[in-house]
Ligand binder design. Structure first.
Ligand code: HSE
Length: 441
């Protein structure tokens, strides 16, 4: 039986998950591939760290040169994370004619185009299913299954850590800090969890998905990105009273004025299938011209889920090697992606939730209503709760009709400058259009 040699760079959470799937599913993989995949080297950076017993010490190396000089290594699998030295190692692997697999969304987000272009020029493949939504085959779906279709919108829960935190806050009344600590212990969070809670990890993944779905060049720096750090159990509870669930949504959709791409918390109807996606699960809801609505969901983080996506990529790239082909699938770099106009976030229209913290005195509600009216923000419903004995302020919650985002921002800025306003107003967008519903046609 033919043998294909591979090298793993990194033996962290995902690296070990990948190694174990390759070992535990070796017979199945052999049958499906018609060849044996052999791990020839595992590169680790920290020489002093103890290794799991199931990874033979003879595979461990600290030197990328060992891998590059081994002519029997055909595939280099980067699972180290971070930008450096993973970028340099992948460039060296590509330059030496190796096919590469990576799950490094931060690297692809920052330097993907340059890497893909180098791979195209060298005639090797880059696979990256593990970079987005862990084990869910969403990259494959966009590149292959829906190559026939035209995606109109893509709405996802693509960060497991924030979804775990929001689910724990909503379902168990957990505090934000406690839920984040648990997500870290379970291995969902990035080494720097700021990337998760700021929305940046979701933005990196969304831009990768958008480049495949819309052949568009989009970067996290060019889109609206808001995280979950200002959300409170109070907001979750008020939203629930109105029939909503709070999620960190990553959205990209075609609009007449341009592509609307953004990451921010949003209330979605409890009836949306995305509302049921809890804990570290991820999901992406696509609307496409021919298929209509389709939903992809599963575990979005963790060693084995992400490892399974990585191993699928290894099998795919081995299939190409056995067939003697490369470049079968377009990579998201020129000529396959181009610059497109992006919708400015202020021009987005939709309903919003506003929570005002105000002094409990006559005329306050009236002043808020007149500022909103002045700025063209139409009120759909209002809730007011009397202050609890411990509170220094009253809370007024307003749900608006569809409104231009720039008008809401202007109204909130004005209201926050009033003497009666005691704390900055909480603004949460509401998404209840076809992008979050399964039956749209
Ligand atoms: N930190 C990421 C998440 C890991 O929580 O989704 C998977 O990309």
């Amino acid at each position: 039986m033919k043998e294909i040699g591979i090298a793993l760079l990194g033996l962290g959470n995902v690296g070990l998950g990948t190694y174990r799937i390759l070992a535990n599913h070796a017979k199945d993989i052999e049958r499906r591939l018609g060849a044996r995949v052999r791990v020839r080297h595992v590169l680790v950076r920290n020489a002093g760290k103890s290794r799991p017993e199931d990874v033979p010490a003879s595979l461990i190396t600290h030197d990328m040169k060992t891998i590059l000089e081994d002519k029997d290594v055909s595939v280099v699998v980067e699972l180290m994370g971070g930008l450096s030295p993973s970028r340099e190692y992948l460039e060296q692997a590509i330059a030496s004619g190796r096919n590469v697999v990576t799950a490094n969304k931060a690297l692809l987000s920052a330097h993907g185009e340059a890497l893909y272009s180098k791979a195209l020029a060298r005639g090797v493949d880059v696979h990256f299913e593990g970079a987005v939504c862990g084990g869910i085959p969403i990259i494959r779906t966009l590149r292959e299954a829906l190559a026939s279709d035209r995606v109109e919108s893509l709405t996802g829960i693509v960060n497991g850590t924030t979804n775990f935190i929001l689910s724990a806050m909503a379902n168990e009344g957990a505090s934000y800090a406690d839920a984040l600590r648990r997500a870290q212990e379970l291995g969902y969070a990035e080494a720097d969890p700021t990337l998760d809670v700021s929305g940046m990890d979701a933005a990196q993944k969304l831009c990768l998905l958008a480049s495949l779905a819309f052949s568009a060049r989009v970067s996290p720096e060019s889109i609206l990105v808001e995280g979950i750090t200002s959300l409170t159990p109070t907001d979750i509870a008020y939203g629930r009273e109105a029939g909503y669930v709070l999620k960190l949504l990553a959205t990209a959709r075609r609009a007449p004025e341009g592509l609307d791409v953004r990451v921010h918390p949003a209330f979605i109807p409890a009836a949306s299938p995305l509302a049921d996606v809890s804990s570290a699960f991820n999901a992406v809801l696509l609307q496409s011209a021919a298929l209509g609505a389709s939903l992809y969901s599963g575990r979005g983080a963790g060693d084995l889920p992400t490892g399974s996506a990585v191993v699928s990529d290894i099998i795919d790239t081995c299939r190409n090697l056995l067939a003697g082909v490369s470049g079968r699938l377009p990579l998201p770099c020129p000529p396959h992606v181009h610059d497109v106009p992006l919708l400015s976030s202020g021009e987005r229209r939709g309903p919003v939730y506003l929570r005002f913290s105000v002094s409990d005195e006559p005329g306050v509600l009236g002043r808020i209503a007149s500022v909103l009216g002045e700025k063209g923000v139409s009120i759909n419903s209002v809730l007011q709760r009397p202050p609890r004995p411990a509170d220094s302020h009253a809370t007024i919650v307003v749900f608006t009709h569809d409104t231009r985002e720039a008008d809401v921002a202007a109204a909130v800025q004005w209201i926050d400058s009033l003497r009666s306003t005691r704390a900055p107003t909480q603004v949460i967008r509401i998404e209840e259009g076809p992008g979050v519903l399964l039956a749209s046609r």
